[in-house]
Ligand binder design. Structure first.
Ligand code: ZN
Length: 132
């Protein structure tokens, strides 16, 4: 894995990173219209509300789309699978899929969250369901 740049935590996504620290995948839900929003934003794009509640995600989802990322000039330890994961709650997030050969990754593959520390930064990652 390459060097990981720690996230810049803001007021809007502080809850998300606190959740990651506790091995929990947390999502923002609008307190007015119940829209689930990821990534978190200050204002609900559906109704304009500034009030949010937090919901814990199941951690299960499917691979919506993915690529194998290779650094253009530096040698990586191995290929990195960068994926857009659609959570079963209906929102998508960009992450990595681990514990799988890139040749085995396909769209709609069932994945589950796993929290891994990479370069001293704890991140939500995904692996095929049953890989653990
Ligand atoms: Zn709303």
């Amino acid at each position: 894995m390459p060097h990981v740049i720690p996230p810049t935590v803001t007021r809007d996504d502080e809850f998300f990173w606190q959740g990651v620290a506790e091995d929990r995948l947390l999502l923002a839900r609008c307190a007015r219209c119940s829209n689930l929003q990821h990534p978190p934003s200050p204002m609900c794009p559906v109704c304009g509300s500034l009030e949010w509640t937090v919901q814990e995600a199941s951690g299960r989802g499917t691979v919506h789309s993915w690529i194998v990322s290779r650094h253009p000039s530096l040698t990586d330890d191995g290929p990195r699978i960068v994926a857009l994961v659609e959570l079963e709650e209906g929102v998508r997030l960009v992450s990595n899929v681990q514990d799988v050969d890139p040749a085995q990754v396909k769209n709609d593959m069932d994945v589950e969250v796993v929290f891994r520390e990479i370069d001293g930064v704890k991140l939500p990652q995904f692996r095929p369901v049953g890989a653990g």
